[in-house]
Ligand binder design. Structure first.
Ligand SMILES: [Zn+2]
Length: 257
């Protein structure tokens, strides 16, 4: 008790966290093709494993349950540890998202994203979504009755977002898209062809332009965990902020008057 009183809170949480969790957090796991479904590991025709949902949104299944379960197991270890109270907010939109570097999976996510961009993305995505990745921001969102229940209308700080559902057993919490917009046109109405609703399911991966406006409907039952990877490019980010200052409409904005 004295020890806890004399120890800074963050250090106390670290010292009293179960030792197995501490070890697991720092084991470096890298992505390998063992985490792909057999069809993806054996068939180089990745395009056939994705569908185009319209409005620049693609979805498909290429990773296996082991990929999802590895991330889920780290989240569960994190939830069962004292570190749970030390969460760094992953971004301003979520109270319950966990950064992948807090669960020791940043190397895994980076190696997966690099593999995806080198081997899979050129077969699946249009050129506008194939920029150079300068940085990656990745986190796991947690929706549930006692977690984040929904997510309001927003755009992502990315040129491409990879959104992968990690579990089944929930109802609601669908992802609704409303079309790509620049800052000038961000609050304009969407066209019917831009409104795309995607239902999540374990292992399903959704790929979209970060500035394709979207929101998450309320979860009605269970909990949903999704891995979110924001792929960022310096010049695309600069263009976004320039457009804010100069009220220029970039060519990827799909607003039509
Ligand atoms: Zn615009």
């Amino acid at each position: 008790m004295i020890y806890a009183l004399l120890t800074p809170k963050w250090l106390a949480a670290y010292l009293f966290t179960p030792i197995l969790y501490q070890i697991a957090r720092f084991l470096i796991v890298k992505f390998s093709p063992d985490y792909l479904l057999p069809a993806s590991a054996n068939d180089p025709n990745y395009a056939a494993q994705f569908s185009n949902a319209g409005a620049g949104i693609f979805h498909g299944q290429i990773v296996n349950d082991a990929f999802c379960d590895l991330i889920l197991s780290r989240i569960k270890q994190h939830e069962n540890s004292d570190v749970v109270n030390q969460i760094t907010q992953a971004n301003s939109m979520h109270k319950n998202a966990i950064l992948t570097n807090e669960i020791g999976l940043e190397p895994f996510i980076s190696s997966f994203t690099n593999f995806f961009f080198k081997k899979i993305a050129p077969d699946v995505l249009p050129g506008a979504l194939l920029k150079t990745i300068d940085s990656i921001h990745s986190y796991v969102v947690r929706y549930g009755i006692s977690l984040d229940r929904d997510l309001g209308f927003h755009v992502d700080d990315s040129f491409l977002t990879i959104n992968l559902c990690l579990n089944d057993g929930f109802v609601g919490s669908d992802l609704q898209f409303e079309g790509q917009r620049c800052t000038t046109h961000i609050d304009t109405l969407s066209g019917e062809h831009e409104r795309v609703l995607i239902k999540h399911k374990k292992g399903k991966m959704i790929l979209h332009h970060g500035k394709n406006r979207h929101y998450v409907e309320t979860i009605r039952k269970g909990e949903r965990f999704n891995l979110i990877i924001w792929c960022q490019n310096k010049s695309e980010r600069a263009q976004w902020f320039d457009a804010t200052k100069n009220q220029k409409c970039p060519d990827w904005c799909s607003y039509t008057s």
